[in-house]
Design a protein around this ligand. Structure first.
Ligand SMILES: *Cc1c(COP(=O)(O)O)cnc(C)c1O
Length: 482
């Protein structure tokens, strides 16, 4: 592909701007003035459209390809949700914060308030703040709430640790560490859940919180979750629920009913917003009533006349965690999604997501090792250890899938599974799509035995074959270099 700069012809234009009719208020200081032109490509509109369209076609998205990236819940998000979000665009984010501004945006405040209420209902919490901008941001907000809770009870210095299972997402221990806690990691037992006996040993009165996702990152629902909550509470530790896997349990279990006190929800995973490429996301945090005094401000309150207001400053609050009201457009999509599907619809989402994951698990079981062979929830985790005997790694299988038009599953996570391949089909994929994917996965397993080199050589269809993955992550340079 020719670079856009190579197509540049001096004087060629894609747009014609009208002459400026704004008088220069004051001459700019020389230090701020450009001494040479900006050096932009001079191309026609058509060249520009082709450039960006072709670039976009080098990307994977759920709208173009099956994207079974485990733990990320890459489901299809209906376009009608984008239309709903666009309806709110004209509102200036300062509106509600100006004196008397609440009156001008009752609909917006009401939507935020009601979204919080719906999420509270789904998760079994008493109140939800929609401010945090992502799951990890929600985790940090949640742990700061835990910290404020213990401090208010005079236990600030006593509570030193946060307990996580070794299957936890890296953001869990990272968020707790940033909030000032030391981490205790509990190993996973052969049955695929946090080892209950080792957990009991780890629990002391110095533990501030236990952070878990349930189902965990192996896609397994912990049958001891109530007992774990009771043990944590007996040590005055709070239970934190990483809601990234909520897609598996909507309408089936409310985390609040099994003992969780704080939860974050990833709206960009479960509730209608496309993600990947860095956002925008939204990670609302729900809490039980004991934690409400510490929630970020301003809270949106509904008064006795049904008017929505911003609550006055509250000294116990941990403060503001986002500008204005967070990533507002994502919240509109989540609200529209929940209203559109309703109670029955959300239940069916979870049922179908779980059914799809189990279908893939059963069909691929003869070809790939399944370290924790049980009924799974919304995702299943294989190991490429059998293929490793032929020198083929999980990453080689990923690259082969790219050549066949699939986004690879999550690999090497959770870290407790050697050569992990974590597949999450989500509820939005048809059986036909999953069947085609399964056939390609079977072909990969067979190729690993018959011609491992073919897998090492993949991908052959991409502009760049193998990247230095570490360098690519650490030194991001997304300029086109081919
Ligand atoms: C995605 C994910 C997170 C982090 O969420 P972000 O929105 O990406 O910050 C945390 N835990 C689990 C299990 C996840 O899958």
């Amino acid at each position: 592909m020719q670079l856009i700069y190579e197509k540049s012809v001096p004087g060629r234009r894609g747009v014609k701007l009208p002459a400026s009719d704004v008088p220069a208020a004051a001459p700019l200081p020389a230090s701020l003035l450009r001494s040479a032109p900006a050096g932009l490509a001079e191309v026609s509109e058509l060249d520009l459209v082709r450039h960006f369209t072709n670039l976009s076609r080098r990307n994977f998205s759920v709208d173009t390809n099956f994207y079974p990236l485990g733990s990320c819940t890459m489901k299809y998000n209906a376009k009608v949700l984008e239309n709903a979000a666009a309806l709110f665009n004209p509102l200036h984010p300062m509106t509600a914060l100006l004196p008397g501004g609440e009156e001008l945006c009752q609909g917006t405040l009401g939507m935020l308030h009601d979204l919080g209420g719906l999420l509270a209902e789904i998760t079994g919490m008493d109140e939800v703040t929609t401010q945090p901008l992502a799951g990890a941001h929600g985790e940090m907000t949640g742990i700061l709430l835990v910290s404020a809770y213990h401090a208010a009870r005079g236990n600030k210095n006593k509570k030193k640790y946060v307990v996580v299972p070794d299957s936890s997402h890296g953001t869990n221990p990272a968020s707790a560490a940033i909030a000032g806690y030391e981490i205790i990691t509990v190993p996973t037992a052969p049955y695929g859940d946090m080892d209950l006996e080792l957990f009991k040993k780890a629990m002391t009165d110095e533990v501030a919180a236990v952070m878990m996702t349930c189902p965990n990152t192996l896609g397994l629902f912990n049958p001891h979750i109530r007992e774990i909550s009771e043990i944590a509470h007996s040590h005055d530790a709070l239970m934190y629920y990483d809601g990234a896997n909520l897609n598996a349990i909507m309408g089936k279990v409310k985390p609040g009913d099994v003992g969780f006190d704080v939860i974050h929800v990833n709206l960009h995973k479960t509730f209608g917003t496309p993600h990947g490429g860095g956002g925008p996301g939204s990670g609302p945090v729900g809490v039980k009533k004991e934690l409400i005094p510490f929630l970020p401000q301003p809270r949106i309150i509904k008064d006795s006349q049904g008017r929505f207001q911003l609550e006055a400053r509250r000294p116990t609050s941990i403060g503001r965690t986002a500008n204005f009201f967070g990533n507002f457009g994502v919240m509109v999509k989540a609200y529209a999604y929940i209203i559109m599907l309703g109670r029955e619809g959300l239940i069916r989402v979870s049922e179908q997501a779980v059914l799809n994951a189990n279908y893939i698990k059963e069909r691929l079981k003869p070809y790939y090792d399944l370290p924790y062979d049980q009924t799974c929830m919304h995702e299943c985790v294989f190991s490429a250890s059998r293929q490793l005997a032929h020198g083929v790694h999980a990453i080689d299988i990923s690259k082969f899938l790219i050549d066949r038009g699939y986004h690879p599953p999550t690999v090497y996570f959770p870290m407790i599974v050697k050569e992990a391949i974590m597949i999450e089909p989500t509820e939005t994929e048809s059986k036909a799509t999953m069947d085609e994917f399964i056939e390609v996965m079977i072909e990969a397993a067979q190729t690993a035995e018959s011609n491992p080199q073919a897998l090492h050589d993949a991908p052959l269809t991409m502009p760049i074959s193998r990247l230095d993955e570490t360098k690519a992550a650490r030194e991001q340079n997304v300029c086109c270099q081919w």
